[in-house]
Design a protein around this ligand. Structure first.
Ligand code: ZN
Ligand code: ZN
Length: 294
């Protein structure tokens, strides 16, 4: 992929380096999810433990991204207890979407430079680029360094960045251990495939739809300043993140679906945490000036 870079004397096209390790990692997850997961199900079969843990880890790692990485860390939509933040950092790490440090810097750049060359998942480059292919190209450091600076000050974010690989591995080892305890090696392999590899593949692709589908198809009731769209269908599988046009218009708001009938489990979780005193200073669109203290 090429990017136009500003150099002394004008603009010059620069070829971005291809990230082969990340490509092979994602290829492994994809082949595992669409070949190994159904084959195991066909020849051996999954138990209720595998399905339950798959659903539980989909919920935990999905919310780790939507509530933790996205609303809490990237947009500072609310504040919470430190152990809640640590829980979100671990659960979000299990989604294999990079450390919160890198993820948040990319995401803030997406909002700041939406639809432009500097937007890491620029939807103007087409569905597949914004959905997945952007992951395989390394941007030059001058593009993201200034967006990373604000997150470098947070010791918990930097702790998660340092231990990102062990955190990812723990999200795969955990279902294997549960399956093994339930029924031995074969059961461990089944639980690892369904609740580990299959679940990672589903969370990756559902959240990737926010960058692709929600910038290509849907309504724009809140802003036409960029390509963001509202898609209630995407909200069903991303814990409410499909109301992406509202989110681009009011990115500090802890809600993405502002109406009570909008399917936004992420906002319900944040509100629930505020009701037990674990979260506070929940931002609402009108309250950029008057923050609500829950
Ligand atoms: Zn967006
Ligand atoms: Zn955002």
């Amino acid at each position: 992929m090429w990017r136009v870079e500003r150099v002394a004397g004008g603009l010059e096209p620069v070829r971005l380096p291809f990230d082969y390790p990340t490509f092979f990692l994602f290829a492994l997850v994809t082949v595992g999810a669409i070949v190994a997961v159904p084959l195991f199900g066909y020849y051996i079969g999954y138990t209720w433990v595998d399905w339950t843990l798959c659903a539980a880890l989909y919920f935990a790692s999905g919310m780790g991204i939507t509530v933790g990485y996205h609303r809490l860390l990237a947009h500072r939509s609310f504040e919470c207890w430190e152990w809640v933040k640590v829980a979100f950092l671990i659960a979000g790490g299990w989604a294999l979407e990079n450390s919160a440090y890198k993820w948040c810097a990319d995401h803030v750049r997406h909002h700041a430079r939406c639809d432009r060359d500097e937007d890491p998942y620029n939807a103007k480059r087409g569905f597949w680029h914004s959905h997945l292919l952007w992951v395989f190209y390394k941007d030059p450091p001058n593009l993201y360094a200034k967006y990373e600076a604000q997150f470098r000050k947070d010791p918990l974010i930097m702790w998660q960045h340092r231990y990102y690989v062990p955190i990812v591995l723990s999200g795969l080892a955990f279902p294997f251990a549960v399956g093994y305890m339930y029924g031995g090696w074969v059961s461990g392999l089944g639980c690892f495939l369904l609740a580990g590899v299959g679940r990672v593949f589903l969370v990756l692709n559902s959240t990737f739809c926010i960058n692709s589908v929600c910038h290509l198809w849907g309504d724009q009731p809140h802003t036409t300043a960029d390509s963001s769209r509202d898609s209630w269908v995407v909200s069903l599988v991303t814990f409410g993140e499909g109301y992406h046009n509202y989110h681009h218009a009011h990115h500090r708001d802890y809600r993405n679906g502002p109406q009570w009938y909008n399917f936004d489990p992420s906002k319900w979780l944040v509100f629930g945490l505020s009701q037990v005193g674990a979260a506070w200073n929940l931002c609402r669109a009108q309250s950029e000036r008057t923050r609500i203290v829950a």
